[in-house]
Write a protein that binds this ligand. Structure first.
Ligand code: PLP
Length: 379
């Protein structure tokens, strides 16, 4: 049975270590904060080579906390990819600011810097909103083009927030994902590249001042302690059991899983690239392969392939069905994105993500690819 993302197989492989670590936490009766959380924050900060790692309750809170640190709110514009998970835009609206939806590249699925610059100019010309920040997403595991995006951010005096919820473990040359933003965030939702057994998240920054404020905001804006409150914050802490699970998984994630996924992605691409459009990884970039996504010629072809795979017992997913600018929650869009964001519109109707995880074996990969080939040969 092929799973879209096989967390059970991973657990069976890591069982002893995970069970032991969970037991330790229960024995210690320290459930919030404590040793396991401190170890995790240290380990992750070291790995991505950023001064501070602040754990929190999930990847959405992590993004919102970053916007809170920068006092982003009403009247501010934040540039967000149109093609991403809802959270990336949701947090902007949640703090009262306006998300401006940027188109993406058709080959990497990441923020298109030409569209970004165009929209920054538009917002400035209109003069209604104040451009404050860019949230770049490392979609499906590949880092966005940070060299270019950073330059645009600097030139326009904008903060850069890296939404690395899907990208932890990726890199550009020797630089690790989660180190590219002024603040970077990730998620430990179970299906993410590094997942725990519930919700979890983390925030990374080199700024001592922001790290201090984040540590306060995530615990009710605490001052001297939890009962002395200097900001309106939130309750967003990582459980000790989740930290312990992540500590158990981390060495295997780095030493084994990240290598395995590179191999699996290469195999998929070599077996499929005569039939469908396979994902492009830019030179010097490394993806953590949160998803392996192919593109079909049309919406009709995509939906037929998905049904065919389902008949053969192969799960697949559509990430994402709807451009952000079409989500009802955001209300009337400021700009006519439907005419602007052509790539996002097309991707939503032609993209398909195949089963992908480090524990897929070569028989399973071959089975999936054979069924895709069969679909095209049957036509
Ligand atoms: C999963 C995800 C988030 C949110 O993470 P949660 O831990 O589920 O809150 C944010 N951004 C992107 C791109 C994601 O994929």
């Amino acid at each position: 049975m092929i799973e879209f993302r096989d967390l059970k197989r991973q657990y069976l492989y890591l069982k002893k270590n995970i069970d032991d670590k969970i037991n330790d936490v229960i024995q210690s009766a320290s459930f919030i904060g404590g040793k396991q959380v401190n170890i995790l924050e240290q380990t992750l900060a070291n790995y991505v080579d950023v001064k501070h790692c602040i754990s929190c309750a999930n990847g959405t809170d992590a993004l919102e906390l970053a916007l809170m640190v920068w006092n982003i709110g009403f009247g501010d514009a934040v540039f967000v990819p149109d093609f991403t998970f809802f959270s990336t835009g949701e947090v902007v609206a949640a703090v009262g600011a306006t998300p401006i939806f940027v188109d993406v590249r058709p080959d990497t699925f990441n923020m298109d810097t030409v569209s970004l610059e165009g929209l920054i100019r538009m917002v400035k010309t209109q003069g209604k909103l104040k451009p404050r920040a860019i949230i770049a997403v490392d979609l499906f595991g590949q880092p966005a083009e940070y060299d270019k995006i950073k330059q645009i951010a600097t030139r326009n005096n904008l903060y850069l927030l890296e939404d690395c919820a899907q990208g932890f473990g990726g890199s550009i040359d020797k630089r690790k994902a989660c180190s590219f933003g002024d603040i970077s965030t990730t998620s430990f939702f179970p299906a993410k590249p590094l997942g725990c057994y519930g919700d979890g998240g983390a925030i990374f920054t080199n700024s001592d001042e922001w790290a201090k404020k984040l540590t306060s905001l995530k615990v009710h804006g605490k001052g001297l302690n939890k009962y002395d409150n200097v900001y309106i914050g939130m309750n967003s802490r990582l459980d000790s059991i989740q930290a312990a699970i992540l500590n158990a998984k981390f060495p295997v994630f780095i030493n084994e899983e990240m290598n395995k996924v590179q191999l699996i992605a290469r195999t998929y691409t070599s077996l499929l690239n005569n039939y469908v459009k396979t994902p492009l990884i830019l030179d010097g970039f490394n993806s953590s392969w949160a998803q392996y996504s192919i593109q079909l010629e049309s919406n009709e072809e995509r939906d037929r392939l998905q049904s065919y795979l389902k008949e053969q017992g192969i799960p697949s997913m559509v990430y994402y069905q709807k451009p952000m600018h079409c989500q009802k929650a955001f209300g009337e869009s400021v700009f006519k994105y439907d005419e602007l964001n052509m790539t996002t519109n097309r991707l939503c109707s032609t993209i398909l993500s195949l089963p992908f995880h480090p524990y897929l074996n070569s028989d399973e990969i071959e089975f999936v690819c054979d069924r895709v080939k069969e679909f095209f040969q049957r036509k």
